[in-house]
Design a binder for this molecule. Sequence first.
Ligand code: ADP
Ligand code: MG
Length: 349
Amino acid sequence: MIEPKIFKNEEVLTPEYLPDFLPHREDKIKQLAENLLPAAEKRIPQNTFIFGPPGTGKTACAKFVFREFEEYSGIKTIYINCWDYKTITAIFSKISSELGGFVQRRGLSKDEILERLVEICNKLNKGLVVCLDEVDQLVFHDDSALYDLLRLNQYVKIPIGLIFISNNQFVFSNVDARVKSSLNIEEIEFKPYSLLEMKDILEERAKLAFIAFENAAILLAANHAVQNGGDVRVGLECLMKAGRQAEKENSNKLLVSHVKAILQTVKPVKPEILKERLNLDEKIILQILDEKKRIFTDELYSEYCKKIECPVSERRFRDFLNHLEEINLIKIVGRKRGVVGRKRIVVKN
Ligand code: ADP
Ligand code: MG
């Protein structure tokens, strides 16, 4: 067997890896844990909304707190990404099945699904905490979702704590004020990391990942991440690629030169990450295109107007389309034959 020379464990550089220690998020973790704590004593937990740009540790912190909290309190924690569960019925069914009660979705109305979930919850002797990550997806696809969550909270006897996460600070701005105030949500903002914070975070990972490394190599990767939007994932990708480079060069230590060699290949933002940075209007355009695939610009505009409370003007809307095309997320093609005017077709890339 060939002895590894560079990597001790390269898996820790993947974005899915959840570290045991999240530098510079101690305060947020403490705050989140304190909000959940009452649930462990059958009291009402503090619902929380976490927001901030991509790659600032929102998901990681929530998962971290869930892991610790479940261990400490024996209370069931359920993490749900709303990209995978976009309606409240999907979410209620998911929670039911996580609690061991299978609920057939087909043929049942929302209220019936809710009723069964309430029954299942009431059999638990303990509280429950649920995290809804990327909650903009849920709010977008199901505009009464928060109201239904509130109903769940009111019908069950056990305390249920809710954590919402989004890149978009204003995701709840169109939600009924009474629903919002009844849910009593505390906000926690995740600000982008500074260069030194980024360096600390990457250094902790590098200690787990590499047998030996130059400190300046980590600083260079951290700088690249901060310069390119502050997403920790960018820094992790730099380290991974630099490690591969070092391997290729048969080196037994990660050096600045390895990072330098790959730096330009680590793109500032991947399409998925980029998508998260778009404004709400642009996200809605993409969501419509997810369903329609090909659509004329004017139809797209009217679909968009249906989905948003304060639509922008058609002119501004065209700016958004141009921007989306610029960053390669959509293509605007041709004109409809025989149609006068600037009726063009939009397709998703
Ligand atoms: P977000 O949900 O805000 O987009 P994530 O929580 O998914 O970001 O974080 C992206 C990546 O960066 C994950 O691999 C995560 O483990 C890592 N990360 C983010 N913040 C920290 C931190 N403070 N310490 C260690 N790793 C972090
Ligand atoms: Mg996330």
